[in-house]
Design a protein around this ligand. Sequence first.
Ligand SMILES: Nc1ncnc2c1ncn2[C@@H]1O[C@H](COP(=O)(O)OP(=O)(O)OP(=O)(O)O)[C@@H](O)[C@H]1O
Ligand SMILES: [Mg+2]
Length: 499
Amino acid sequence: MSEKQAIYVGIDLGTSTSALAHVRPDGNPEIVPNADGERLTPSVVFFDRYEGVKLVGSAAKDGGDPDRTVRHIKKHMDDPSYVVEIDGEKWTPTEVSALILAKLRKDCARIIGQIDEVVITVPANFNELARKATVTAGRLAGLKVRRIVNEPTAAALYYAHTQGVRGRVLVYDLGGGTLDITVLDVDTDRIDILLSEGARHLGGSDFDEILLELIAEKYREQNGRELVLDATQRRRLLAAAEDTKKRLSKLNVVSEKIGTEDYGLAEVELTRDSFEEAIRRLLTRTVMLLEQALDTLGLAPKDIDHVVLVGGSTRIPKVQELLTRHFGKAPVSCGNVDECVALGAALFAQRARRVSEVCNHSYGTLAIIEDAQTGIAKVRNSIVIPKNTPIPCSMSQTYITSEDNEELIEVEITQGDDPDPRYVDIVGKISLRVPPGRPAGCAVTVTYSYDENQRVRAQVYDEESGLRKDIAIEYEGAGVLNEHDIERKSAYLKQVRIA
Ligand SMILES: Nc1ncnc2c1ncn2[C@@H]1O[C@H](COP(=O)(O)OP(=O)(O)OP(=O)(O)O)[C@@H](O)[C@H]1O
Ligand SMILES: [Mg+2]
């Protein structure tokens, strides 16, 4: 009899595709295919009308009825009030993601065995709300989530492990929904993230939309009339446009057949050049973000030892060309650019290396600050932990009370860089009652700590009275599930047939 080896896996829960990987006994990570025989599972859910089955993956993608098909749910992960309503039932982004994760869990159980623990990856620029929603989605799917890891960190770990990538590395991840740019120092036994920047809503699905517009434009040119599509036809053509886009990464000219009810079949011709021209504005934005990231670190392109490619959209030849031009050398690609995040996450799940990350947002508090030039005092956002501070960390800032007889010290916890309070989010509040009758000018220290799972705690300490209060920043409100909801919903999801 031998002891069962614990199964630790890494999951890349992507906007367009998800993947699951484990580490083989020889120490190398490998993708575990789903029960449909595919290495990548499209992050698409189809809500079947007849038997209530939830199809996940390719079967869902080709499910037939776009009104019953949910795609790109990850784009809404930070919005718990977003719901999809099908057959009178409401599904939040967390719950839809749980269906995808449940499919991965079930399929993995059939192929390599029951999972003991998982590491799930998220874009580096996911906020706390979206991170928490991801952990909750895992729990609803019946998974024990060991931790959340940033996608670029996981990818860097994979490149370090398999391609010997060392030194100052820039991970350029252009996926289905987001662009992530991360600069890391990679050594044999540790990875330090120096900075993570990115853009939400910049990725392959935006290119699909642009290609659809281009198809409509060509159609108009060729046929002298508008391409009129109802919502269903539009969604079908959008899915077809994605395939066309992929063909354009390999071919210079392709044609697209469009069937419309009114006019029958039409064919339009598309060239790689015209597509690349159409997405130029977005590609330029990715280069600007690159420059900004290097600027922030005071680095020049020559200071980067390796640029590594992650994400399916980096297969677009123009993307590689722009990077080659910018850095004066070709980027490194492992080929399986849409699998390397899951493979790196599997290495994480095995605790292969020490990795230090940075915090993704600045945290501060509202305080009255005098303008150095005008002398006018105004409420400003005073930063306590600046973005990109290595984590775990704990930082403090001392303030003084501004009025006599202040009995209630209120600390509003902000997330964001802008000094102007209108442009930051208030993510929590601490109120501390202090003894009456005190003059203005009492010292109050605010301390924030940020742990390796990007969880934040805040503490306020009143020096004179010695009183203190400590809270974890928890996101509550419409749509955010508490422990009781999680138990109830995960029991419910266990009953749902997922295929
Ligand atoms: N050959 C190709 N040419 C162009 N685009 C491609 C190609 N192959 C895949 N893509 C695009 O890559 C995107 C998917 O990439 P990937 O699987 O890395 O993203 P994701 O992980 O789902 O998204 P994200 O990381 O933003 O959450 C899709 O938009 C897909 O159309
Ligand atoms: Mg991805």
